[in-house]
Design a protein around this ligand. Structure first.
Ligand SMILES: *Cc1c(COP(=O)(O)O)cnc(C)c1O
Length: 396
């Protein structure tokens, strides 16, 4: 018997049950991984559309593990439909390539994941004639001013990677829709547990599943959530014809990881706030950027649109030189030096002063800083690990 897990049930219940079901063949209570890349054809296959996602045919066109995960993500993000692809960047490029054509104008946040900057500011505009404007979207007035008659898409990231800049989703959705444009929001840092852009008026949520949704640092994936009429186009063009399909195994891993998303996010939210408050007391820390702190420039907006908490990522600077940053990391024991974020374990990365996009960041970031993804370990152990590293560098 398959369960009726409707969208009126709670977030945790849906994180556990959505997209799962009893396997008809074996009676197993977890749906299996289907690694076969092809499905049996009907008696007469000659009328089939080989580029269609409608029917299981070939795994690049869609497979069962991908579909189960799509079902769960659409529900958790509050959207009509979802497309799951091979990585967060596949989802971002999939959205841009399917939606934009030469002559269209795009406004995007000055603080975004690096690949967004490369895609919009270097590839799509230089090679494909898409017009782009980089805007500090933390102030909605800047977005209004940048609108042109050919503005097709506004793409924002909130909280933004790596400065934790916050943009007002509701207000920017209104600007987009008043001017016939669409809004996409990268929700990777918040996760649907803390923030659901589509429910706030965005047309698309885009996110890396590699981060919080999988949560265990062992699989890559990306998703776009929104209206079916757009997602069908993205599925046909970006998945089937550009080929950014997720592996069934990764879809299965992410499905498994996502079961504990609400539990993990509670702990990330709690730990990150504790760590942010601790860092504010350290003499050698030059600044702490975390939307949960009252001194964050857009704390009020964050509070309104991030309903359960502020996520696990924060950034902070040292009153110290380049070499001190590297030595500080070498003293850490519990915390791991690695890129990525949203894993179970705490991850820190030193972002040096020679980032070409630095001029787009607030001033305090210009001398280098740490991006710190606070994990779900005991908060006291994370803080003690930081404390002993600060002591070794005489920064307390
Ligand atoms: C990591 C990240 C991405 C890209 O995701 P991948 O899965 O690494 O391709 C996109 N946006 C944000 C905000 C990210 O942190």
């Amino acid at each position: 018997m398959s369960k009726d897990i409707n969208n009126n049930l709670g977030f945790q219940t849906r994180a556990v049950h959505k997209g799962n079901g009893i396997d008809k063949e074996t009676g197993a209570i977890k749906r299996p991984i289907t690694m076969a890349n092809s499905y049996e054809l009907p008696y007469d296959p000659s009328d089939l559309n080989w580029s269609s996602a409608g029917k299981n045919l070939y795994t690049r066109n869609g497979g069962s593990n991908q579909q189960y995960l799509q079902e769960k993500l659409a529900s958790l993000e509050g959207g009509e439909d979802a497309v799951v692809l091979a990585s967060g960047v596949a989802a971002l490029s999939g959205l841009f390539f399917a939606l934009l054509k030469s002559g269209d104008h795009v406004i995007f946040s000055s603080v975004t994941y690096i690949a967004v900057y490369r895609l919009l500011n270097e590839l799509l505009n230089n090679k494909f004639g898409v017009e782009t404007t980089i805007v500090d979207t933390s102030n909605v007035e800047n977005v209004k001013k940048a609108i042109k008659p050919n503005t097709k898409l506004i793409h924002i990231e909130t909280p933004g990677n790596p400065t934790l800049t916050i943009s007002d989703i509701k207000a920017i959705a209104k600007v987009a829709h008043d001017n016939g444009a669409l809004l996409s929001v990268d929700n990777t840092f918040a996760s649907p547990y803390n923030q659901r852009p589509v429910e706030l008026g965005a047309d698309f949520t885009v996110e890396s599943l590699t981060k919080y949704i999988n949560g265990h640092g062992d699989a890559m994936g990306g998703a776009i959530i929104g209206k079916k009429k757009y997602l069908d186009i993205i599925r046909a063009q970006s998945q089937i014809n550009l080929g950014a399909t997720i592996s069934p195994f990764n879809a299965w891993l992410i499905m498994r990881g996502s079961v504990t998303l609400p539990l993990r996010m509670k702990q990330h939210n709690e730990n990150a706030l504790k760590v942010a408050k601790y860092l504010q007391t350290v003499k050698g820390v030059s600044f702490v950027a975390y939307p949960g702190l009252e001194n964050h420039p857009n704390h009020q907006i964050a509070k309104e649109q991030m309903t359960n908490g502020y996520g696990g990522v924060l950034s902070f600077g040292l009153k110290a030189d380049h070499d001190t940053y590297n030595r500080f990391v070498s003293h850490l024991n519990v915390i791991t030096s690695a890129v990525s974020l949203g894993h179970d374990e705490s991850l820190i990365v030193f972002l040096g002063e020679n980032d070409e996009r630095q001029y787009l960041y607030p001033e305090e970031f210009h001398n280098g800083f740490f991006r710190f993804s606070v994990g779900i370990e005991d908060a006291d152990d994370i803080i003690a690990d930081l404390q002993q590293a600060f002591e070794k560098e005489n920064l307390v």
